[in-house]
Design a protein around this ligand. Sequence first.
Ligand code: NAP
Ligand code: MG
Length: 497
Amino acid sequence: MTDLLTLAEYTSIAEKLTPPSNSFINGGFRPSSKGAKIAVTNPATGVHITDIAACTAEDVDFAVSKARDAFESGVWSKKHPSERKRILLKLCDLIEENATELAVMESIDSGKPIADCVTIDIPEVIHTLSWHAELMDKIYDQTAPVGNDAMAMIVREPVGVVGAVLPWNFPILMLAWKMAPSLAAGCSVVLKPAAQTSLTALRVAELAYQAGIPAGVFNVITGSGREVGEAIGRHMDVDMVTFTGSTATGRRFLGYSAESNIKEVVLELGGKNPCIVLDDAEDIDTVAEQVVAAAFWNMGENCSAGSRLIVQKGIKSELLSHIIKHAKEWKTGNPLDPSNQLGCLVDTNHFSKVAEYLEIAKEDKHKLILGGETLDGRYVMPTIYDGIKNTDRLAVEEIFGPVLSVITVDSYEEAIAVANDTEYGLAASVFSANSKKSLRAARELRAGTVTVNCFGEGDISTPFGGYKQSGFGGRDNSIHAHDQFTQLKTIWVDMSE
Ligand code: NAP
Ligand code: MG
């Protein structure tokens, strides 16, 4: 377990940071071709941190051409897998050496609590990169059962130039989820972080170059989605796009692809994930702890947040009293204070969006059983509403804030029906001591990840992605992530006499 420093120490590190500003393209920092900039502020204080480059479609063209040159040259794509592994492991060492600086940078850029950045996000980044690096010289291709007169090989080749477009909720971790398997596979990458949270991506790009990833292979280009994101999505020389973010923007990427070069598209999108607690669940205090973590971890800014608690009526009042007790233990405040579990929301726009749901709840006279308050125009306190119907806006829409809706059901069958009655299908949890029933639920829930008697997202060895409107085209993490960044080639060799 990584030791935490004090608030004073983290504040002092934050004050001494020299955050990057320009995009990292072709092995060096580069301003936007138009010289335009986007101001970056600390969402917890409103203090200006730096200005990042507001790049343009022209800059995207430049980055893609450099990525293409690097790919075609073979300087990375044709390196021996063990050599790519060695360099990616060197990058892990550099991230480790700079872990505290990266964690602080992430926290002041996004409002995420420093304790999470230090103990979860940065270690998981290293784990993700090393896992995919280690995989590369251990997976084999195939031969097909074509008889004695031919030999048919099925080989995997890197897909080429990858466009990656990232969200702001887990900035450096999502970077790793996209970067690790694509680079391990031999692709070149042009990656756009969210405009709100671009700093750690720029720093990692610099470290990647330092580790020995050749110029042009890993490029981070900053700017808005409308300009840079769309230019990547529509680019004729980008072979595939991997995207994490909202369903609305994901849908656009399918359109961009259809209207350009039919590039492959993989989408990890939103969720309105159910946590089902059945009457026969055991150890209610632990269940409550898990429900609270599911709803409030990362301020609820989590696509797999358990934002709908679907509880069977026999256990409800006992469960809610434990949930309220645990939720009250989650402290909200200064993201750099390691004793806080919740920081602030990512920016004032998003704060306003989440705060609006508290107003909707008031207008709709929902029963508030915890929270409901905001602080300083930046923080939303952990909030729980009881008596929600699955058709209420609070149960239908992805709020992306620390707001939990409690829906009461009579039976197992009703719980499953309510859980599945959503356009999303990213994650779900079920709590029951009856293993047959909980496994049946795991099969009946239409979601990419189902956790039983716990909340979680699996780990690097398990695929992550969504059913229905929560995802499209592939999975992040695990060996299956390689399907995104490789394509299959058949090589047929005639052996007939
Ligand atoms: P978003 O629009 O999906 O943003 C994700 C990424 O797509 C950002 O890099 C964004 O750029 C880019 N983008 C935005 N518009 C684009 C366009 N027209 N073409 C190409 N790229 C574009 O998400 P958001 O606006 O930040 O957040 C809105 C809501 O999305 C949240 O409230 C939440 O409900 C959901 N969300 C889900 C996830 C998730 O992990 N599934 C993550 C974040 C947000 P810029 O933002 O830099 O302009
Ligand atoms: Mg910011």
